[in-house]
Design a protein around this ligand. Structure first.
Ligand SMILES: [Fe+2]
Length: 250
């Protein structure tokens, strides 16, 4: 990816220095994957598990972002683009609109397996990137980026941020009689995922109104999440939110 195609995001684009990862870091990656994978094989949405295979993540070593992007691009046009850290909103939206997922390259230490204040490569790649292989989700995420990049209305962005939070980050899906997880914050957090699986969190059917009116809480386990029936429902909710924003009634 050439940095000059970006404007707001250009200062944040970096190269992944794959050779610089230590054997300790590969081992931490492996431990992170091994502690969540058995539960995910049972409780993650089929779309996520399919994506995991498609992007070719390996359990024993950190992902090479260029290798992942070369598997994704022919399918959905997405890439996993290395960035230096947390991005300001305009840079983040600009990248989504170009189907480039801003991906951090650092990895948490063994002392903080459960929690990092900012996203790392485990959250970004293991948590987010598998769904970018799904055509509807891939289209939705690009569209989300386009709509957000085109507005500077803080109220609209806050509401759309809630839609992102309760789908992309903490989304669950009803598949048959079961609740399956697909949001990256559930996939990449042993605690959050166990909380949902063990019934510690109420699950209601997804309603755009309710999602838009439920503030995001970042400092406690979730007590309420919203189940969609498919990613088509997420995309449709985004279109509806976009229409409302255009008409000034979001
Ligand atoms: Fe995330």
């Amino acid at each position: 990816m050439q940095t000059e195609v970006f404007s707001a995001a250009a200062p944040y684009i970096i190269q992944q220095d794959y050779a610089a990862y230590t054997s300790e870091q590969h081992s931490v990656w492996s431990e992170l994957v091994r502690r969540v994978l058995p539960a995910l094989e049972q409780h993650a949405a089929a779309e996520y598990l399919d994506g995991l295979q498609i992007i070719g993540l390996e359990e024993n070593r950190l992902p090479d972002l260029e290798a992942i992007s070369s598997r994704l691009r022919p399918r959905t046009g997405w890439s996993s683009t290395p960035v230096s850290g947390f991005l300001p909103a305009p840079a983040f939206f600009e990248m989504l609109a170009m189907r480039c997922f801003p991906t951090t390259t650092w990895l948490r230490s063994r002392q903080s397996l459960e929690y990092t204040p900012e996203p790392d490569i485990f959250h970004d790649v293991f948590g987010h990137v598998p769904l970018h292989a799904h055509r509807v989700f891939a289209d939705f995420l690009e569209h989300y980026g386009r709509v957000c990049a085109a507005t500077s209305d803080a109220g609209v962005l806050e509401k759309l941020g809630r839609l992102f939070w309760y789908t992309v980050e903490f989304g669950v899906m009803r598949q048959g009689q079961e609740i399956k997880v697909y949001g990256s914050g559930l996939i990449s957090s042993h605690r959050e995922c166990s909380n949902v699986i063990s019934g510690g969190c109420a699950i209601r059917d997804f309603s755009l109104d309710e999602v838009l009116n439920t503030p995001v809480k970042v400092d406690e386990l979730h007590h309420l999440l919203f189940a969609v029936s498919s990613f088509d429902q997420v995309f449709e909710a985004m279109h509806q939110a976009e229409r409302r924003a255009r008409e000034g009634r979001l």
